[in-house]
Design a protein around this ligand. Structure first.
Ligand SMILES: *Cc1c(COP(=O)(O)O)cnc(C)c1O
Length: 386
């Protein structure tokens, strides 16, 4: 079976985890610090707050930016539900901005059109969440400029994108956003099993992210409202959660990050091989913006349905029947039943919906061999000729 994405675990990873199991610290401790330092060194971000998932990171990012009832968060409909759900956790409202048909990312032109309307109606968003789909960064300079003009904050959902770069700077550097979020789920670029991280260059946001990660509790006298009663004292200063990462998980991250550049390099190699081998087929292949160096979490093909006699579903099922576990990223979030209950309808975001009717994520991960990849290419060729 060839999966669309999967983790790569080495003996060094296993040894790193075992070392923590034999140490005095299992939950958040020195290894979490080391992992945060490693991600900061890689990205150039000033602060990093490791948590138990990217979903948690998105939630505390929204809380740190004071998103709450009466506020709006806008994101792309072409994403995992977590990018939108984080607003609902905070009691805020969600809306979407349709995608650019070339990059499949949130379209800055559509964003501006929607902002003009929202300004007139007095419902501008407090937070916009661009999602770097497949690992290709969004047009962050344009989105950032609109943020300045219309006064919204930016959380980059970079769950697909650690190891990639934008305009020569690593994703996570944060020169065009307030907070960047990574996921370390096993299918992502590097893994901690479950895990995520929120990065920022802002000292105050970093403090707030740290508080929301762990119950809103602090032992830092500078954050307390009164003098400490004694060395045992701590204070809960806001309502936070238990979103801590464990040292066991962080050990995997510390070990994995040493191979991050190598992983992204192999992903590019595989992408180039696909692009060369699929060029003659009735497919739209990933287009790469010149400002971006993708982490290539996914390799998405779009079927040119008017050029083939078979269907999207038949191609998908054929590949699965050949033990190629293709997938689809994503079902437009606004078409999910929970979002339909909130009033969203099919037809609201036509570019994301058109993409959904044509897209298939074919296998892409660093341990995919050239031979496996050639098997995928041949199966795809046969599937399209059905
Ligand atoms: C995977 C993913 C998430 C959620 O990540 P978890 O670590 O599983 O919580 C959020 N957004 C996007 C775009 C993702 O791909």
């Amino acid at each position: 079976m060839i999966r669309y994405g999967q983790q790569d675990i080495t003996q060094a990873d296993i040894d790193a985890v075992i070392d923590v199991l034999k140490s005095p610290n299992l939950t958040q401790g020195p290894t979490v610090d080391r992992f945060e330092q490693g991600v900061m060194a890689h990205t150039g971000a000033k602060h990093a707050v490791a948590v138990n998932s990217a979903t948690s990171a998105l939630h505390i990012a929204c809380l740190a930016l004071d998103l709450g009832p009466g506020d709006w968060l806008w994101t792309s409909p072409n994403t995992f539900v977590a990018s939108a759900n984080c607003a609902l956790y905070c009691g805020a409202q969600v809306s979407f901005v349709d995608i650019d048909p070339a990059t499949y990312n949130l379209c800055p032109k559509a964003l501006e059109v929607k902002l003009i309307v929202a300004k007139a109606e007095g419902c501008l968003p407090k937070v916009v969440v661009p999602v770097h789909l497949t690992g290709q960064p969004c047009d962050m300079a344009a989105i950032h400029a609109l943020g300045r003009k219309y006064g919204f904050k930016i959380i980059e959902d970079a769950s697909h994108a650690i190891g990639g770069s934008y305009k020569g700077e690593k994703i996570g550097r944060g020169q065009f956003s307030d907070i960047t979020v990574f996921s370390f789920h096993p299918v992502k670029i590097i893994t901690t099993a479950e895990g995520g991280m929120a990065l920022t260059n802002d000292d105050e946001l970093a403090t707030r992210l740290g508080l929301f990660r762990s119950h809103g509790i602090t032992r830092d006298p500078a954050l307390m409202t009164k003098e400490m009663d004694g060395p045992w004292d701590y204070q809960q200063v806001v309502l936070g959660y238990n979103y801590r990462m464990t040292d066991i998980h962080a050990a995997l991250g510390v070990s994995q990050i040493t191979r991050l550049d190598q992983y992204v390099e192999r992903r590019h190699e595989l992408a180039n091989r696909y692009t060369a081998r699929l060029a003659d087929l009735p497919l739209t292949l990933p287009w790469q913006h010149p400002d971006s160096h993708s982490a290539y979490h996914l390799y998405v093909i779009r079927l040119q349905l008017d050029q083939i006699t078979t269907t999207h579903r038949a191609v998908f099922e054929y590949l699965r029947s050949k033990e190629i576990m293709v997938n689809l990223h994503y079902i437009p979030v606004h078409t999910q039943p929970h979002y339909q209950k909130m009033g969203f309808k099919a037809g609201d975001y036509p570019q994301a919906e058109q993409y959904y009717r044509e897209a298939i994520s074919i296998p892409m991960h660093p341990s995919l061999t050239d031979e496996e990849q050639d098997y995928v290419v041949e199966a795809l060729r046969a599937a399209l000729a059905q």
